[in-house]
Write a protein of this length. Sequence first.
Length: 177
Amino acid sequence: MANTLFPGSKVICCVRDPVWIVDSFERIIQKDPLLGSKIVPIEKRGNIYSRVDSIISQDGPFGYCWRALNEAYYSDFAHNLVVVDYDRLVNDPSGTMSIIGDALELPAWSYDFDHIHFEEPKAFDANLNTPGLHVVRKQVGSFHRRPVLPPEIVSRLAGGTFWRDPSKNPGGATVIA
């Protein structure tokens, strides 16, 4: 539809290793176990395995988006995508934004990656019983943490970074990884 309404338009897709996306969902849910995040249906909140199954299901918050990304990436409109790897962005924000600007044919811009201002959608997060879901740090950068996901879940989700393999880009998406 975007290509029909706006021929030649681009869609920026920020992507990340599925392990770390699902781990982030689980972390935010574990932060407030008494509130009962609506990200996961109540009948699936009993343990980490059922929560992860719900999150990655076809209708779950990760599963639905994952399928949409795959559909777009392998479609005839893949050339309209600018796929930005999260790890690249947080480790080299200036270089990454420069490449994005070039891909979108935008004038050069000087960003301040040490003073990020973002108005958290508190009402949206509160409606999901998940305060802090959209918190953004004040400075762009990477930080290391250990996953809270058990090893068998990590193994099940591992290997999902298909965009990092040029041989898996038949549609010519612009990939910044």
